[in-house]
Design a protein around this ligand. Structure first.
Ligand SMILES: Cc1ncc(COP(=O)(O)O)c(C=O)c1O
Length: 367
């Protein structure tokens, strides 16, 4: 059996360590020192990426943030929209390229002209880096502020040799569930260039008990769910989610006053120093529901997808009222066709999965 979700990226030893590890104030200081040095700025720690993003926008744009137009990848996570709208700014969706899932410099230039964008979020979707050299030029010319979103791309380099996270005026990270650096919840913001000296609030409040408990438990519960799936694991999964013992993915508010816990800061630094790893490969298929059903019947539980709608997760897509599929058709199509595979499949598993997808009518053009 293979899973995406349910902490599939943890073995039992890692899950147990996650459950029991302790942290100290020194761990958060060590993490901010590492981020300051690596990304050349001043860093702040948060409980989730959406909070870090909202602070980034407010700091970069000041009072002008209200009503400002922000360029956002039209294939993204609901929390990005949540963060932008929380500041009073407006999202302008940028359609993507089907191969890289990022917008092109041309799309950005055209949209910037039409909408007078004030800032743009570069997210390097699923670890595919954006065409930063040209995008940077467009932004300089049109005076657009760059915010780099490293949720999927921490540790990578752009094709022009620059380290991802060292181009924009602000860089933010999400260390949330399933990300390349994964401690269930956690985030950071690095303010760069002239914003290094900005006077901003340093969050000190700890997350609520319910979230701290869920964060501690998820990898251990996930391990149980996966290991005993056919003999009670499925029931454990249902109970954990429906009693609120485990928080659902993408759940959470913008809370700029809440910070990461010390033990999570300790784990984040360890993972950053070890070299983060993206653990998913994207694949576009036709007849997604049938494909997922056929995969599940064969022991491949891959229904946890980044993202299963242009603005994922699908259960939150309907909340996004300004998304028009006719204006960003590629992002919409990708959201309807995307599935993810674990990166570490064996050759035998790959062969079997391809066969299952073909038989379920997933290979649209007969490939
Ligand atoms: C690309 C991207 N940016 C930002 C976020 C927001 O992170 P968080 O869930 O920690 O608020 C996510 C979350 O999934 C994401 O995938």
């Amino acid at each position: 059996m293979r899973f995406l979700g349910w902490a599939y990226n943890y073995n039992f030893k890692q899950a147990w360590r996650h459950y029991t590890i302790r942290g100290r104030t020194a761990d958060r200081i060590a993490l901010t020192t590492y981020l300051d040095t690596t990304y050349g700025g001043k860093s702040y720690l948060y409980y989730n990426g959406r909070s870090a993003l909202s602070v980034a926008l407010k700091t970069l744009l000041g009072a002008k943030v209200v009503g400002a137009k922000i360029g956002v990848n039209a294939y993204t996570c609901y929390s990005v929209i949540q963060a932008v709208e929380d500041t009073g700014a407006k999202v302008v969706f940028l359609d993507i390229d089907k191969q890289t899932f990022n917008f092109s410099a041309k799309t950005l230039a055209e949209t910037a002209k039409k909408h007078r964008l004030q800032a743009v979020i570069i997210q390097n979707t699923l670890g595919f880096t954006a065409d930063i050299k040209t995008i940077d030029k467009v932004c300089k010319l049109a005076k657009i502020k760059i915010i780099e979103d490293l949720a999927h791309s921490v540790g990578l380099d752009y094709s022009d040799g620059r380290k991802v996270g060292t181009v924009g005026d602000a860089t933010f990270f999400s260390f949330g569930r399933g990300k390349p650096v994964d401690v269930e919840h956690g985030a950071a913001l690095v303010l760069r260039n002239q914003f290094t000296d900005a006077k901003i609030y340093t969050p000190t409040k700890m997350p609520r008990l319910r979230y701290r408990r869920s964060d501690r438990l998820y990898p251990v519960v996930g391990w149980k769910v996966r290991t005993f799936y056919r003999v009670g694991g499925k029931v454990i999964a249902w109970i954990a989610l429906n009693t609120g013992l485990i928080a659902k993915s993408a759940e959470g508010k913008v809370q700029p006053h809440v910070t990461i816990t010390n033990w999570q800061a300790r784990l984040v630094l360890e993972q950053l120093q070890a070299g983060p790893k993206m653990s998913r490969t994207p694949l576009l298929v036709e007849n997604r529901n049938q494909v997922l059903k056929a995969l599940t019947n064969n022991g491949y539980f891959f229904s946890d997808i980044w993202w299963d709608a242009a603005i994922g997760p699908r259960r939150l897509f309907s909340k996004v009222t300004n998304f028009d599929p006719t204006k960003t058709p590629i992002a919409y199509e990708v959201g309807e066709k995307m599935i993810n595979l674990p990166i570490d499949l064996t050759a035998k598993e790959k062969k079997e999965i391809i066969k299952i997808i073909k038989e379920a009518g997933g290979a649209g053009d007969g490939k």
